[in-house]
Design a protein around this ligand. Structure first.
Ligand code: CA
Length: 238
């Protein structure tokens, strides 16, 4: 397989995993794909390595010694300089609810152990694509909402908004088609891409996060839920 990042800046992935054989396997496969790999074997070390290595993405095991993956995720989301850091949570649990909880705690995506390496690589690439600062495109706006695509900044009125990469892409897509209703499947295709399988209700979790970030105290909810259809960027409710 060709090295996808030859000649370009190699994205750095911080792999947080306490199972040594899995860590070795992940390092081997990620390096083969052209990524720089940094490691941490527990939650405390993960927080230190994030500060030192400034990774482009964190692959974070849920069950870790010292500090759980969920707690690491929560702490990273609380810090201003890692608030938007792309995080994929690796969970050994098969309960859907736990996976949704990972998203609620601020992870951008999750994968369940045991996973197929190609599927993980596809998710990593998709998330890096979503978080990449895209080349000059200008400004999008709707009512008092403004997205500066060059500076990657979003504001509502005078208030600066902090969005994770997935929420940013969702909002960007909505801003490109204001008023139009999209089904969950359409949003998945547009924002996540067709090459990975994501549960449609994952969209609901990210919409909830987007709403929380966009709608301030006393402001009109500008995302409309269309029952049994989907969502639209539309302040004219009903
Ligand atoms: Ca583990």
């Amino acid at each position: 397989m060709a090295d996808a990042y030859a000649g370009a800046a190699r994205p750095t992935i911080l792999v947080v995993e306490d199972e040594a054989p899995l860590l070795t396997l992940l390092r081997y496969n990620l390096e083969k794909q052209g990524f720089n790999v940094e490691e941490a074997a527990d939650g405390q070390e993960a927080l230190m390595r994030v500060a030192e290595a400034k990774p482009d993405l964190v692959l974070l095991d849920w069950m870790l010694p010292a500090l759980s993956g969920i707690e690491v995720c929560r702490q990273l989301r609380r810090r201003p300089n890692t608030r938007d850091l792309p995080i994929i949570m690796v969970t050994a649990r098969t309960e859907d609810q736990d996976s949704v909880r990972a998203l609620d705690m601020g992870a951008d995506d999750y994968i369940t152990k045991p996973f197929v390496m190609d599927s993980l690589l596809a998710r990593i690439r998709a998330l890096l694509r979503r978080s990449a600062t895209v080349t000059a495109k200008g400004t999008l706006s709707y009512r008092d909402l403004t997205m500066d695509q060059d500076a990657h900044r979003v504001s509502r009125g005078p208030r600066a908004l902090h969005l994770g990469p997935t929420e940013y892409r969702l909002l960007e897509f909505f801003l490109q088609h204001p008023g139009r209703v999209f089904t969950r499947e359409q949003l998945l295709d547009a924002v996540w891409g067709r090459d990975i399988h994501v549960e449609p209700r994952t969209v609901d979790v990210h919409i909830r996060r987007l709403r929380k970030a966009v709608n301030g105290e006393g402001e009109i909810d500008i995302i409309r839920t269309v029952r049994s259809a989907g969502y639209a960027l539309d302040a004219e409710q009903g």
